[in-house]
Design a protein around this ligand. Structure first.
Ligand SMILES: Cc1cc2nc3c(=O)[nH]c(=O)nc-3n(C[C@H](O)[C@H](O)[C@H](O)COP(=O)(O)O)c2cc1C
Length: 309
């Protein structure tokens, strides 16, 4: 069954894995796929790095992928200067992996904003629209954007109208302004309102967990970030809830962790990424503080496997 389409790419389940730096690497994306995710985003990849590796993109770790994880969206970020952005997008357009190219227009970190990237672009959309328009018209792969409601002010309607006009294929909206941190609740009602003005697939993002799935069927996709860390089961819940309006029984098994470790053996990631990615699997479990401490001190995979035993 097809849930929605991003241009020609069928998305078969509602749940979408949010891009998360350090966390949404290939082994974790494959794990989420086993748990009924419909679409995964990679972590954001710097446009400059794509260009730096243009002779052989497969040497760039962040571009590790495999056909079996499809559909997956590669997220780009950078200062979006015209030539570089178009070059990077075309390199990915011709790369053997990744079905969709997404632009990060929402990252609020100071370091990213200072480099005129991420949500800084929400302050210079008049410069951004023509660049993305050019990429849309010359790429085979669908082009999408991930935005917040605005930078300091909510400009969502205007943004959606413009992105629809220039031909992007879907928009993921995180229901906060760039200046708002996680202590401010994400405004799902604002994102719901814009459904009335656009026929584009809208992927809602912000604070989703299994206690608030009542809105799942109001959007084409439901993007989950923090709640999915160590808990890919949330995607099974989203799929099941969207069809049956009730939740599945909780999964208390260690199956996800064990499968994750199998994927890491098959598709190795850096040791630091492995350590941070493992910690959330223990959230709320007995002894989690001790495990976190041991994991942070561990020096190699063998030590990690001993701790987990
Ligand atoms: C550790 C971490 C890393 C993130 N990295 C990215 C990123 O690379 N690109 C991006 O667009 N958003 C990034 N985000 C934001 C998430 O994609 C998402 O928009 C945000 O966490 C809200 O969703 P949530 O409430 O489900 O976590 C990151 C968030 C976290 C917690």
């Amino acid at each position: 069954m097809i849930n929605f389409k991003i241009k020609n790419i069928p998305i078969r389940k509602k749940g979408v894995l949010a891009p998360m730096q350090e966390y949404t690497h290939l082994p974790f994306r494959l794990l989420c796929k086993d748990y009924d995710v419909g679409l995964c985003y990679t972590e954001m990849v710097n446009i400059n790095h794509i260009i730096q590796y243009k002779e052989d993109l497969s040497k760039l770790d962040l571009l590790a992928s495999t056909e079996k994880e499809s559909p997956v969206s590669l997220q780009l970020f950078g200062d979006l200067s015209l030539k570089k952005t178009i070059t990077a997008a075309h390199l990915i357009d011709n790369y053997k992996y990744f079905d969709i190219i997404d632009f990060n227009l929402g990252c609020p970190s100071l370091k990213i904003i200072n480099s005129k990237s991420g949500s800084y672009n929400l302050k210079q959309l008049d410069k951004v629209y023509p660049i993305i328009k050019e990429i849309v018209s010359t790429s085979k792969k669908p082009i999408t954007v991930k935005v917040r409601l605005g930078f300091k002010e909510d400009i969502l309607e205007d943004m959606i109208n413009n992105f629809e006009k220039i031909g992007v294929s879907a928009i993921a909206v995180h229901g906060r302004l760039a200046k708002e941190n996680y202590s401010v609740p994400s405004k799902i009602s604002r994102v719901e309102e814009i459904k009335k003005i656009t026929s584009l697939p809208i992927i809602y993002n912000g604070d989703v967990n299994e206690t608030n799935l009542g809105h799942v069927n109001k959007f084409s996709g439901i993007m989950v970030g923090r709640e999915a860390l160590g808990n890919p089961f949330i995607f099974k819940q989203i799929d099941y809830f969207s069809k049956n309006n009730v939740l599945l029984e909780k999964d208390y098994s260690d199956e996800a962790l064990l499968s994750f470790l199998e994927y890491v053996k098959e598709y190795p990631i850096s040791f630091s990424k492995l350590k941070v990615s493992l910690i959330p699997f223990f959230k709320g479990k007995q002894g989690s503080a001790r495990i976190r401490e041991l994991l942070s001190k561990s020096k190699n995979l063998k030590e990690i496997l001993n701790i987990l035993k």
